[in-house]
Design a protein around this ligand. Structure first.
Ligand code: IMP
Length: 426
């Protein structure tokens, strides 16, 4: 069996954590390759809610080794708090089952401060970030002045790198934002002390994966956020600062076995988005509130309410192309049932400048498209039989025909067990 990549096919929060958790047992390694603690993967095990921000979902499975590869941005406080919460819940974490690349980018307190200041400043367009310092940290990486986890090994080197890294930021804090900030020495001491906890986990994860492939081990790549938040393919500038699409695997972790053939896209039966940015099928008013309540649509990381809308097939088709998605898993169909509406809507096309489009594309002005909806009879299903109700089958079949990708599974609740295979029609 070759590797599997799991990506979010919308704007994140599609339920990737649950699906990764379900499939982990079949894999030896579970690898996160981009993003940081802006992600929040919620997994319900025995009615207990576990939210993972940095650590791969494989950590909950005794047979898996979890890898945080070099494409990730790591916040030490978040990492330490996460391992302690997991341990309190009986999860074993040690350098034997968690490996972290020394080349991961290090998030500093200055990154977090800058992220927060920008979000509240009139100098910048508001993105609605998680304010975890992700953007500023990746900016430093791209500018070749960033710090890496390996820099935590030597206090003097860390201090020097922080000093170099701080020169421009100091000007911004003093003159543009006129704000106070912790001293370099204070930050260096704190990071160095916290770094003691992460150092034992550091190992060259690419070499580890090369060896794993030689030993015929199976790799699962766990994406964070969703394709529409990709820095290159997403709804720029309202995106995150990493490559959330398939490409992120190659740059953020490497694929020692070469071409990856299985890419599983996770898609919610409706659409949600956190933060600013265009959202063609957004629903306003009481129906949106109902979906938020029933679907518990608030961020696992920031607690912010998610904006809700109907399923958008032109965007899904685009996301599938961008990430070469080979199969889809549809999540949260139970929420559409609980809504108890006579019919539900699905956007099948856009009207755009006199044209009818069945797919979005890079750079398409999503603020200017007009969604064309198909009304579908609401489905009811108790998921007890081997088949699905006729109405739900119609919904699944419309998705498959529109997007050209088979739906492989349908999830209808938060528990591990609430998922069913679907006999794809294409
Ligand atoms: P950042 O990643 O914190 O820089 O935020 C950039 C955009 O990505 C904002 O709109 C965030 O709400 C969104 N975002 C980041 N992480 C997630 C996630 O895990 N789920 C959903 N949206 C996210």
């Amino acid at each position: 069996m070759s590797s599997l990549v799991i990506v979010g096919a919308q704007w994140g929060d599609e339920g990737k954590g649950k699906i990764t958790d379900l499939l982990c047992e079949q894999y030896d390694y579970v690898i996160r390759y981009q993003g940081g603690n802006n992600a929040g993967h919620t997994i319900i095990v025995n009615q207990k809610k576990i939210i993972l921000h940095l650590i791969p979902s494989g950590i909950l499975h005794k047979t898996c080794t979890s890898i945080m590869a070099h494409g990730m941005a790591v916040d030490l406080e978040s990492f330490i708090s996460e391992i302690s919460t997991l341990r309190e819940n009986g999860v074993t974490i040690d350098p034997g089952n968690l490996k972290i690349s020394p080349y991961c980018s290090l998030i500093t307190p200055y990154h977090k401060l800058l992220d927060t200041l920008r979000e509240s400043s009139s100098h910048y367009q508001k993105i609605g970030t998680t304010q975890k310092g992700i953007g500023p940290c990746y900016e430093d990486k791209t500018a070749r002045v960033g710090l890496q986890l390996q820099d935590l090994r030597d206090h003097d080197l860390l201090l020097q790198k922080l000093k170099d890294n701080f020169k421009e930021k100091e000007t911004l804090f003093d003159h543009l934002y006129k704000t106070s900030y912790p001293s370099i020495e204070e930050v260096a001491d704190k990071l160095f002390t916290l770094g003691r906890i992460v150092l034992p986990y550091l190992e060259d994860t690419f070499l580890l994966m090369v060896k794993a492939i030689e030993d015929k081990k199976k790799l699962l790549y766990e994406g964070a956020q969703g394709v529409l938040l990709d820095l290159n393919y997403g709804t720029y500038p309202h995106v995150t600062s990493s490559n959330t699409s398939l490409g992120g695997v190659y740059t953020g972790a490497g694929s020692p076995e070469g071409e990856i053939k299985n890419i599983l896209g996770v898609v919610k039966a409706y659409t949600t988005r956190v933060g600013q940015g265009p959202f063609p099928t957004e629903i306003h008013g009481s129906l949106s509130k109902q979906i938020q309540n029933l679907g518990k649509e608030f961020g696992a990381t920031t607690g912010r309410l998610r904006r809700c809308g109907w399923l958008d097939l032109p965007l899904l088709k685009y996301a599938c192309k961008v990430s070469n998605i080979t199969t889809l898993t549809l999540t949260k169909v139970d929420i559409l049932i609980l809504l108890n509406l006579p019919f539900i809507q699905v956007c099948t096309h856009y009207k755009y400048r006199g044209m009818t489009l069945d797919s979005a594309y890079q750079g398409l002005d999503l603020n200017a498209v007009e969604p064309i909806y198909k009304n579908m009879t609401s489905f009811k299903d108790n998921f007890k039989s081997d088949t699905f109700s006729k109405e739900l089958e119609e919904y699944l079949s419309l998705i498959e025909r529109s997007v050209g990708v088979p739906v492989e599974r349908v999830a209808y609740g938060a528990e591990r067990s609430q998922i069913k295979n679907y006999r794809s029609l294409i």
